[in-house]
Every structure is written in C-alpha cells, then in structure tokens.
Design a binder for this molecule. Sequence first.
Ligand SMILES: [Fe+2]
Length: 159
Amino acid sequence: MKTNSIGLNAAKSISLSNDLNRLLANFQRYYQNLRGIHWNIKGKRFFDLHLKFEELYTEANLKVDEIAERILTLGGVPYHTFEDYISNSKVPVGKDITKDEDAIRLIVDSITELLLIERAILEASDEAMDEGTNSMMSDFIVEQEKTVWMMKAWLGEDI
Ligand SMILES: [Fe+2]
C-alpha cells in the first residue's frame, strides 16, 4: 500500500478529494442560493430573514474554504470555476424566490442534498482511516441537521 506524506493510502486520498470536490460544487450552489434569498426576500419578515440568510451564507462560505483546503491537503485540486460547480451539483437551483416559505424550503432541500453527500464521504473517510475528513464531515452533519430541524420547525412541520 502506497502512503502519502500524511500517512494515508494515496489512492484513497485522491478518491476522497474527488468526493470532496463534489461536495464543494454543491456547497457553492447552496451558498449562491442563500445569497439569492438574502437579496430577494420580501414581506413582513424581511428584516429577520435577510439577517438569518446572511448568517447562513457566511457559515457556508467558511465551509467552502475548509472543504477546498482539505482537498489540497489530500493531494487534489479544488474546483474553482462556475463550469465545474454547475456540472457537479445536485443541490436545487433557487431562482427568483421572494416568499419566505419558498426560501426556507430551498434551504431544507439544499441541505438534504448536502447531507447525503457528506454521509457518503463520512463512510469512505472512515474506511480510509482519514480522521481529518471524517471529523470535518461529522461537524458539518451535526450542524446541518440542527439547521434542518429549525427550518422545519419554522415551517411547522416534523423532520
Ligand atoms: Fe447583504
């Protein structure tokens, strides 16, 4: 087994960095969805939601950087073009969303997609004994699950 300079199986590291690139692309779409609803939200809850969406996109922006730097640490190259983000994303695209309920649903649907990818990476990183990626995924998952709970509570729905 060929190991790299951080002591991980070299082939598995590259495979994980590819998985993380898919997550990065999807995160960029989630981030852009949040910018869109931050800008376009209308109605009586404007001030609350405008701020809430800013809080979420600021967090998402930090995570984008963490993911990209993990990809580099594993020996990969992070996607950095819109073309790559578009062709590797499954997160729904939110366009012209102005209503509060639609905005919150877009967040839930986006995070649901991110969670699926993160759970797959959690499993693969466990198998590769890649603790760095594994703990990063754990942290993301816990935080996003909580966000989904709160958004569902706001919608008046069960998880
Ligand atoms: Fe703003």
